[in-house]
Ligand binder design. Structure first.
Ligand code: ZN
Length: 231
């Protein structure tokens, strides 16, 4: 088999972050293979189905060449028209999606709640993820010294104390998504929950990681200065 031909074959391209932790770069990925896994193609005599159709896709990273396998689902479409149908869902199966993690500068309880919410998200439990991300934000409010009873009031209290607007907006977003998920039986889509996770992660950068970095740099400067004076 001509390996060059196989590796150069592409059925499509997209920009994405490579899911392999050794690489994790924002890169171009090539669609190398795509096959129907449900309904079982070898058993399908009729070309129409009103049930779900599932494809398996193999993507490769342009930078590290590692492969990623995803399943893509379509609902109630004719097999002939599946290419035109909107994706109902898409899930990475390999490498197994790692949960999101926050920096060790972030308070432990916030990190634990965030990672658990992310595990729910990775498993497709978007309501539970919404509730979990909201809980992580509630924990941030407590850590920041908010004393009011409801999360709405805690956020308003911190906003009045001059918390950056970006952080306040992220917190309010998490509050709304969490409330909808738990009280209004509203399920958010995968990309909406992913956006929420990312803005919360950014908020923790502003609140915890950047100040910790500044402190570390100041300490390093002080140590250098003292070492120079001691000479
Ligand atoms: Zn890669």
């Amino acid at each position: 088999m001509n390996l060059d031909l196989l590796t150069s074959r592409t059925l499509g391209q997209r920009k994405a972050v490579c899911p392999h932790p050794e690489c994790a770069a924002g890169v171009s990925m090539q669609l190398r293979d795509r096959r129907q896994v449900h309904p079982n193609p070898s058993l399908t005599l009729v070309m129409k189905t009103n049930g779900p159709v599932v494809y398996e896709e193999l993507w490769s990273c342009d930078l590290c060449s590692r492969g990623t396998i995803e399943l893509v689902g379509y609902d109630g479409v004719s097999l002939l028209r599946v290419e035109e149908a909107p994706e109902a869902w898409r899930r990475q199966v390999w490498p197994e999606p790692a949960p999101r993690e926050l920096s060790s500068d972030v308070p432990e309880m916030v990190r634990i709640l965030f990672t658990e919410a992310s595990r729910a998200e990775r498993g497709g439990g978007f309501r539970l993820a919404g509730v979990g991300y909201r809980a992580a934000v509630e924990e941030i409010c407590k850590d920041q010294g908010a004393t009011k009873y409801t999360l709405h009031d805690k956020i308003a209290e911190l906003a009045a104390r001059g918390l950056p607007q970006e952080v306040v907006d992220a917190m309010n977003e998490a509050r709304v998504v969490g409330n909808d998920s738990v009280h209004h039986n509203l399920e958010y889509a995968a990309d909406e929950i992913a956006d929420l996770a990312e803005i919360i992660a950014e908020a923790t950068e502003i609140l915890y990681v950047e100040p910790a970095n500044r402190k570390r740099m100041a300490e390093a400067r002080k140590a250098r200065s003292q070492a120079a004076k001691a000479k």
